[in-house]
Design a binder for this molecule. Sequence first.
Ligand code: BGC
Length: 471
Amino acid sequence: MATANTDDTQASGGDRFIYLTAGLAALNGLLFGFDTGIISGAFLYINNTFTMSPLVEGIVISGAMAGAAFGAATGGKLADQIGRRRLILLGAVVFFIGSLTMAIAPTVLVLVVGRLIDGVAIGFASIVGPLYISEIAPPKIRGALTSLNQLMVTLGILISYFVNYAFADTGDWRLMLGTGMIPAVILALGMLKMPESPRWLYEHDQPDAARAVLKRTRESDIDAEMDEIKKTVDKQSGNGLSDLFESWLRPALIVGLGLAVFQQITGINAVIYYAPTILESTGFGSSTSIFATVGIGVINVVMTIVAIALIDRVGRRRLLLVGVGGMVVTPGVLGAVFYLPGFGGILGWVATGSLMLFVAFFAIGLGPVFWLLISEIYPLSVRGSAMGTVTVANWGANLLVSLAFPVLTANLGKPSTFWLFGICSLLAFVFAYRMVPETKGRSLEAIEADLRDNVSDSVGATGTESVPSRE
Ligand code: BGC
């Protein structure tokens, strides 16, 4: 991560505090990943305790995503109103209550309630983690620091695979789900000592506090940054959701919504949630499938680290295009494998390899770049609400794909389902190529100023200085 910043003063000694702050806030990502990943393992054993109708089963599994959509819808506005830091604290408390409720649930109804509460916290976390980090980070390393959140999402998913595995013998689903309380407590206690976002403070008439936070988190001169924040806040007019639909903001909204939906309909969670099932159908036994699934989780983490090392150097746009490009090809290969006879042996491994490559390409592109860009491209006055809006779309699409995947594979078959994902990736590539701006190294205020100056010459225009600019 520090290697992303070789030419500047900003990664030196005093910046340890910014790494600590960002690392702690990124626990939001860990909870997001862990709590979405843990249910697949726990579910196998919940069935032994409670009798559930298929509908209730569906709600237990996907309830967190519905809760997350609600959390994202309300969390954005809340982040603008009560502040980023307080929302993180609130989210940690909600995570704790949700995990505790699930762990001690005496009835299936209580379990569902716990899952919904947990979902709301996941929704809060998915917005406020990247939002807080991007606002507190120095521009030169903002990409790497904000993407720490996505790294923690992938780590949370991986840890959930291990916890599932560790408790598999005893089948103690209450402990599996209750484990989520631990990072929630660490997050809450840690955030008590962390500062509010300087940008939010300035906007809420606390310029001295804003300056103090910048001083604490920057080695370099903070006057220029303070000036930029001041200018941006002075230019603001309203502060309502309606501002989101003003013409100068439309391109940024389209970019956010488009990436939100493409991040999901290109199929990542079909792999994350259903990997063992997919692998078993290529001829592997269950233990090999579970082993290969852990491999997929590891690749997701490792390639996110690669993305973090590159994102402030090669830029968001290039990583995104390479990543999405790879996601066009790999499902094609995977789909073809299912057509070949005799899956065992080498073909099973070709399938595993293409699943791993698919996840690797997601992890360097759509995974981190989506969350990073939506924390960068919206103006301060509506940043929380805008992120909330696009994040709701992300969770909605996530829910849709998770519910549709089993239905699609049953009706169209696995090859066509994966080819469908490949086609979605192709559309995502065209979209990213035409619409997505480069924000590397620029201050959030400069990105906002460019957006305002380009009312007609919007983000989507080609071959112009249209901004935030492309490289
Ligand atoms: C996505 C999640 C996904 C995860 C996988 C996140 O960026 O929003 O839906 O499960 O990445 O690493």
